[in-house]
Every structure is written in structure tokens, then in C-alpha cells.
Design a protein around this ligand. Structure first.
Ligand SMILES: [Fe+2]
Ligand SMILES: [Fe+2]
Length: 294
């Protein structure tokens, strides 16, 4: 990468571009849902009110709830019924997932990379992060799901707003395997974790989420109170990248993974069982067409 020319856009410049791009169209809904997710006092009535303000979102929620993944015994035709069938926590996840999927449509595949692969990766990481976090820390599994789903949002920003340089970088990685972040620093002067963190800060995401997104490749850098959360996202990302990768790159050092797993305190056999469960869930989700990108 030594011959690569540094991007003319700074991180601050890119984050400004985000605000005037179509990416910002999800800001209001995603910000609103994250605020509700992180508010322990928020009730199902708050969420229903939120959904009813957005009829296309309500229609999509019904479509997902009626998919074979959630397999209702009879057709569900309103949000109250949906809530009873799938539960409050799942409803929150569906809203967020549906909204986020809007960013991943279109775009031609480039040398092993595509937005669809990145979307599948994000979904798989969300499911595993939730499984790990709910088992080890019981609370805030919704936040772990949200962080998993959004951890690589910086990649979609680069893909959409710095497309030519991003596509060139992906091609380079195909020929000379290296960690994506290293290539990004060489080409852009920043990596997708930094982009995601900046976006999360600008959009006032809860701090835990901002740290989880920003430090998913280097959780030791996260603030102490959010470090185990960031480690959870790292572990989910690492383990899901094998079957749900989106770009050619070597996995990071296995010893680092082992250290973070030890810190979380999760037994390997349990972790392995969770990985298998997520793979089964992903197959069901994909067969049922629950979360399609536009
Ligand atoms: Fe990443
Ligand atoms: Fe990732």
C-alpha cells in the first residue's frame, strides 16, 4: 500500500458528507429507536407509537413477522398482534434491522466484496453478539444486537461516499491479503471503526454503542466501562467472519481472540454452540426472506 495515494477527504470531511447523503435518511428513525432501546423506562406502548408514525416501517414489520422465520400460526395483520407473537425485544430488533437494511441495497460486487455480503455479515455478528451478551451479562442484549448490526457502518459509508477508492482498496486486498483497517489507514488515513465512531457520536448514539462500534477491532481502546461490551462485538465479528466474511482478508491473531474470550468468561463449548445456532438462524432468516435489502 506504500504507493497508494492518501484520500483527499479527511475523516471530518467524510462525516460532513454523510450528513448530506442518503445515509442520513435513516438517522431519525435509528436514533429514535436506539434512544428507546437504551431507556429502561420505555414501554411497548412507546414503541408502538413510534412505529405508527412510520406506515412503511409498520408494513415491513408485519412482513418480517409473517415470514417463515417467525412462523406465526395465522397471518398477523397488526402491530399489536405482532408484538404478542414475537415479543418486545424482538420487535425492537426488527425495527432497527429493517431500517439499517436500507443502507445496503444496490452497488455492484467488487472482487469478493458486495453490500449484500456486508449486510449478511452484520446480521450474523448482531445475532452472535446478542447470544454472547445475553448469556454473560443478561441485560442489554438489545444493545449488543444493535452494536453488532452497526459495527461496520463505517464500511458502508466508505463504499457509498468514497466508492472509487474503496473499490480499489478491495481489489488490492484480493491480490495482497491484509487486514482491512491497515489498508484503510494507508489509503484514507482512517479506518472504518473511526468512521463508525464519528458517525455514532454525531448521531448521539448511546456511549456503549459508540464504543462498541468504534473499537470492534481493538476493544482494549474502549473506555473501561464499555470494554467488555466492545470485546463482545470483537469476538462476534471474529467468529462470524469465517462464514460470513465480506472482503478477502486474513483473520486477526487467534491469541487475541482467546484473550478476549477469557476476559468475557465465556466457555469455548458454549461459544461454539452459539456460533452453530447463529448459522442455523441465518439460514432460516435467508430462506424466509425476512430481511431483504432493497
Ligand atoms: Fe470491522
Ligand atoms: Fe465486521
Amino acid at each position: 500500500m506504500s504507493t497508494a495515494k492518501k484520500s483527499a477527504v479527511s475523516l471530518a470531511g467524510l462525516l460532513e458528507l454523510v450528513e448530506t447523503s442518503t445515509i442520513a435518511s435513516i438517522k431519525g428513525t435509528v436514533g429514535g429507536i436506539l434512544t428507546l432501546i437504551s431507556d429502561p423506562a420505555a414501554t411497548s406502548a412507546d414503541f408502538i407509537q413510534f412505529i405508527q408514525l412510520d406506515p412503511p416501517l409498520a408494513a415491513k414489520i408485519l412482513r418480517v413477522t409473517n415470514s417463515s422465520y417467525y412462523a406465526p400460526t395465522q397471518t398477523i395483520s397488526d402491530i399489536h398482534q405482532a408484538l404478542i407473537w414475537i415479543g418486545f425485544d424482538t420487535l425492537k430488533e426488527i425495527i432497527l434491522t429493517q431500517k439499517m437494511s436500507e443502507l445496503y441495497g444496490g452497488g455492484a460486487p467488487v472482487d469478493g466484496y458486495s453490500r449484500l455480503l456486508l449486510w449478511r455479515h452484520s446480521l450474523a455478528v448482531a445475532l452472535l453478539a446478542k447470544a454472547i451478551y445475553s448469556r454473560e451479562f443478561s441485560e442489554k442484549a438489545n444493545s449488543a444486537y444493535a452494536a453488532g448490526l452497526m459495527h461496520d457502518i463505517g464500511v458502508i459509508v466508505e463504499d457509498q461516499l468514497l466508492h472509487q477508492e474503496f473499490a480499489q482498496l478491495v481489489q488490492t486486498l484480493g491480490n495482497t491479503p491484509q487486514v482491512l483497517s491497515v489498508g484503510e489507514i494507508a489509503v484514507f488515513g482512517f479506518d472504518h471503526g473511526m468512521v463508525g465512531k464519528g458517525l455514532a457520536e454525531n448521531w448521539n448514539f448511546p456511549p456503549e454503542l459508540t464504543e462498541g462500534i468504534g473499537f470492534h477491532h481493538n476493544p482494549d481502546g474502549a473506555r473501561e466501562e464499555h470494554r467488555l461490551f466492545a470485546k463482545t462485538i470483537f469476538i462476534a465479528d471474529y467468529l462470524m467472519s469465517e462464514h460470513y466474511g465480506y472482503v478477502t482478508m486474513p483473520p486477526p491473531d487467534r491469541e487475541i481472540l482467546e484473550r478476549h474470550v477469557k476476559d468475557i468468561g465465556l466457555p469455548w463449548d458454549v461459544l461454539q454452540a452459539s456460533v452453530e445456532q447463529v448459522r442455523e438462524d441465518m439460514e432460516k432468516i435467508e430462506q424466509g426472506g425476512a430481511y431483504q435489502v432493497a
